[in-house]
Design a protein around this ligand. Structure first.
Ligand code: FES
Length: 537
């Protein structure tokens, strides 16, 4: 009798496997790289995969997997139970589009004044000898987004960028938004931190340079992402008044700033033990160090005319102001525009549909890497919904106008876009619209007088601005007032890494920013509902 063979697909590659094989062994035969730093024993917790379908065809979770829920499994523990069902899985460590850098214009005001320097045969930090000079002094600037992490390795002697990387935040097994991650960390303390650190260590290993030459890491991110990485308790961010522990400490006079310094060994980072890990200051509540870094990078705090920054992501931050006054707010947009909660949504990696055009009833698409599509990312979603609105196939309330309640995007692969997907995007858009509208109201500044809007965030550079304006994701402004800045938070992190003066400057600026709590404004719901609508029809 022949042995039953199951069909297993991982990251779009397919193999026939005998019952009893682990998903890790399947990945091996497919030459799909799955992270690991234990002998496949379930102890390193790095080999997490998401099972997209066929969970019932796998053996039940082992004890080692008790920290995982939902669709997530450890590849080394998940074994095929039956060949009756196909298994489709994806590894978490998937490279992004090249998104790590922001606009080159943002570097005009950089200065080289790092806290760690060479002094003859020594390495000194803040005037103290910390090590022998080992041929280079490196630093790492990290922007930790809820969905995407980007990191830049910098030469602290020359200011040059040595290497860049960007990858999906592997913490998705703890939920796709900050509230779920906070809850998860309360249930399984430290798991999210360990997984992200191990992924970052793997990236560092692949980068040039000796890890003993890495002396500084500068971290920016929203308060939850920053503090999870720094090993701080994040539970206070999940309850009113939604403040980080560091914000409570500053308010109570126990600290002068929300900036944090940690030792590498406390976090498990592969770098010089004499080094230091810095968390840039948070602004307030859910407006974090990434928004602060955007302000520094765009010099918004020195502007004469008021300008606005929209840092688009799972947690979209909006900042409005100039040298006299800065107002900020956090919009709980959720992960829809980064592909989360959308049936065929995905982040901007190879195979993602990045642009869409409708020609009569025909859908024209292009994918990242020019390969067969496996899903659709944020820029593709904006194009798609704009085209559906433009062609009258989706009405202003986000409903399909014909009998069909979904649109087939790619017949060959069966990728579709459903009315429920439109509603997810509507909610994300509504939250962002409420944020921009309320900041303008409180400043106060008529929209027509807003002469500069900086679009920041990993996928901001890939957005078609006409389409994003048509669907109301960005305010209705003339195109020449919109400036795509790319990952401005990552640029700000690099600037902070290279200069102690900029750290002091940012601390001063952050202390003067006013935070607006959107939900407590009487007009919040009106703006939110208004923002959920699409176009004019
Ligand atoms: S390989 Fe370490 S937990 Fe699976």
């Amino acid at each position: 009798m022949s042995t039953p063979m199951a069909t297993v697909s991982i990251n779009g590659r397919r193999v026939e496997a005998v019952v009893g094989r682990s998903l890790f062994e399947c990945a091996d035969s497919l030459e799909v790289k799955v992270p690991s730093s234990c002998p496949r024993a379930g102890t390193c917790h790095e080999c997490i995969v998401q099972v997209l379908s066929g969970m019932d065809a796998l053996e039940l979770r082992t004890e080692e997997e008790s920290f995982l829920g939902g669709d997530f499994r450890l590849a080394c523990q998940a074994r095929i139970r039956t060949a009756d069902q196909d298994v489709v899985a994806a590894s978490l460590r998937r490279q992004q589009q090249i998104v790590a850098e922001g606009s080159a214009d943002l570097r005009e005001h950089w200065e080289l004044a790092p806290s760690t320097r060479r002094d003859g045969a020594n390495v000194v930090r803040d005037g103290q000898i910390i090590d022998d000079y080992r041929g280079a002094i490196l630093g790492l600037a990290v922007d930790i987004g809820t969905t995407t992490v980007s990191a830049s390795l910098m030469d602290l002697e020359s200011g040059a960028t040595v290497a860049l990387t960007s990858f999906e935040n592997p913490q998705t097994f703890g939920g796709s938004d900050v509230m779920h991650r906070i809850h998860y960390d309360g249930q399984h303390p430290g798991e999210l931190q360990r997984v992200l650190v191990s992924f970052l260590n793997a990236e560092l290993k692949a980068m040039p340079g000796d890890r003993d030459q890495l002396y500084e890491v500068m971290v920016v991110g929203n308060p939850t992402m920053r503090d999870l990485f720094l090993g701080l308790d994040v539970q206070s961010l999940g309850q009113k008044p939604f403040k980080s522990q560091t914000e409570h400490d500053r308010d109570a006079g126990r600290a002068s700033s929300t900036a944090v310094t940690r030792k590498p060994k406390d976090l498990g980072l592969r770098m010089s033990p004499a080094g230091a890990v810095f968390g840039a200051p948070l602004i307030a509540c859910h407006v974090g160090a990434d928004a602060a870094a955007c302000i520094l990078a765009t010099r918004l705090h020195e502007a004469v005319e008021p300008a606005m920054i929209m840092d688009i992501g799972t947690n979209t931050e909006v900042i409005l102001g100039n040298k006299d006054r800065l107002l900020c707010a956090s919009c709980a947009a959720g992960p829809a525009f980064e592909g989360g909660k959308i049936r065929y949504g995905m982040s901007g990696i190879e195979g993602a549909i990045q642009s869409v055009r409708l020609r009569n009833r025909h859908v024209e698409i292009s994918t990242i890497g020019d390969v067969q599509p496996t899903g659709i990312c944020g820029s593709g979603l904006i194009d798609l919904i704009a085209e559906l609105v433009r062609h009258g196939r989706v009405n202003g309330r986000g409903r399909f106008t014909g009998d069909a309640k979904e649109c087939v995007i790619d017949e060959a692969t069966g990728i579709t876009f459903a009315e429920s997907d439109v509603q997810e995007l509507a909610q994300a858009k509504g939250a962002t619209h409420a944020g921009t509208s309320l900041l303008l109201k409180h400043f106060p500044l008529p929209l027509a007088d807003l002469t500069t809007l900086y679009l920041a965030g990993g996928f901001a550079n890939y957005i078609d601005v006409d389409n994003s304006r048509l669907i109301g994701l960005t305010p209705d402004l003339p195109p020449d007032r919109l400036h795509k800045m790319g990952n401005a938070a990552a640029e700000g992190a690099k600037e902070l890494l290279l200069s102690v003066n900029k750290r002091q400057e940012l601390d001063r600026v952050v202390g003067s920013i006013e935070h607006l709590e959107l939900e407590s404004d009487e007009d919040f719901f009106t703006y939110f509902v208004e923002g959920c609508l699409f176009g004019e029809n």
